[in-house]
Design a protein around this ligand. Structure first.
Ligand code: PMP
Length: 328
């Protein structure tokens, strides 16, 4: 069952739309080759992916633009390409092409006839009913879920994070680059530790002690006006939003650098923020009980947030290529 994003982990600039929520069971999902009510999309408890976490998924957002009466899927192409790569890491072949996958995702959303913000989750999962942990000689299937997802919190608040005592799974153990379902237990340890200690999010370190990312978001810091984010070789998910933020920064004339970041650098930098499909743009105001900068949201995070939220709703023509309108 999907849950709404927890408060404190996301922010949005646009006013909330009234939810037209309907029973989850009645939402239309794509499941093993057909479009069916979600209540009918069921797998056996012997499904390999259920027993061993051998699946990959994407989290995609759709933004409702009330003025244009359009639902825009954000970075559809990038997400379908990444899930194909993750599936490849999991030794899945015979995958639908990126175009085929994109049209299944769009068709799933179209059939639900949403007029509000949505969350879309495609997943390839090892569907063979078999005991025995491995990747090879197993079938896989695809599902796509789409559900209303419009929980808004105050962008002005900022989030408080703590360094997790759990490390990010290393590339040579469980590649963070692949969005692998079983790998998310690593993030669950981090997120729960942070929340149970009264923080909103976790700062996660690589096995060799560099800042990698948050539990489900990429990390940026700002020092002396320069935007800095860890490289893809620091055990991060190669975030779609991370790439978008780098291009927004470039277009806005903000210099950026991709390099490793030490934990203590977060204590002395001017700004910190997290970004991702789920958290969108979340400025961080406190790290390990130390205020970030003066403890308020800084100018670079503010500028990039404003641009980001305008772009995803389709109000900045120069970023219209980020969006795919859902056909009616
Ligand atoms: N890191 C992790 C571990 C994530 O789960 C996510 C969310 N997908 C991100 C980073 C951000 O990635 P994206 O911008 O592609 O959503």
């Amino acid at each position: 069952m999907l849950t709404q994003q927890p408060s404190g982990s996301a922010a949005a600039a646009a006013p909330a739309q009234p939810s037209q929520s309907r029973p989850t069971e009645e939402l239309i999902a794509y499941f093993e080759g057909a479009y069916v009510p979600l209540g009918e999309a069921k797998v056996s408890i012997m499904t390999h992916a259920f027993m061993y976490g051998t699946a990959t998924f994407e989290g995609i957002r759709g933004y409702w633009n009330a003025n244009q009466q359009e639902l825009y899927v954000l970075f559809l192409r990038e997400h379908v390409e990444r899930i194909r790569n993750s599936a490849k890491i999991l030794l899945m072949d015979d995958l639908p092409s990126a175009d085929e996958l994109a049209s299944i995702v769009l068709e799933t959303v179209r059939r639900n006839d949403f007029r509000e913000d949505v969350y879309i989750r495609p997943s390839f999962y090892k569907s063979t009913k078999a005991i025995g942990v491995r990747l090879h000689h197993l079938d896989h299937e695809l599902y796509v879920i789409a559900t209303p997802f419009g929980n808004y919190i105050d962008i002005e608040k900022g989030v408080r994070i703590m360094t997790s005592s759990w490390r990010r799974n290393a590339d040579e153990a469980l590649p963070a680059r692949g969005k692998i379902v079983g790998g998310y237990v690593n993030m669950a340890f981090q997120k729960s530790e942070a929340e149970l200690n009264g923080f909103d999010e976790a700062l996660v370190l690589t096995p060799d002690g560099h800042a990698s990312e948050a539990s489900a978001a990429n990390l940026f810091v700002v020092r002396d006006g320069v935007l800095i984010t860890p490289p893809v070789s620091d055990d991060i998910l190669e975030g779609v939003t991370r790439r978008a933020i780098l291009s927004l920064a470039r277009d806005a004339g903000v210099a950026s650098e991709i390099r490793s970041i030490d934990r203590s650098e977060l204590y002395v930098c001017d700004e910190v923020f997290l970004c991702g499909t789920g958290v969108q743009m979340s400025p961080v105001v406190e790290v390990d009980h130390r205020p970030v900068g003066d403890g308020r949201i800084g100018p670079v995070a503010r500028l990039l947030s404003e641009r980001y939220f305008a772009a995803v709703r389709g109000t900045l023509p120069e970023y219209r290529s980020w969006l795919t309108a859902v056909p009616r």
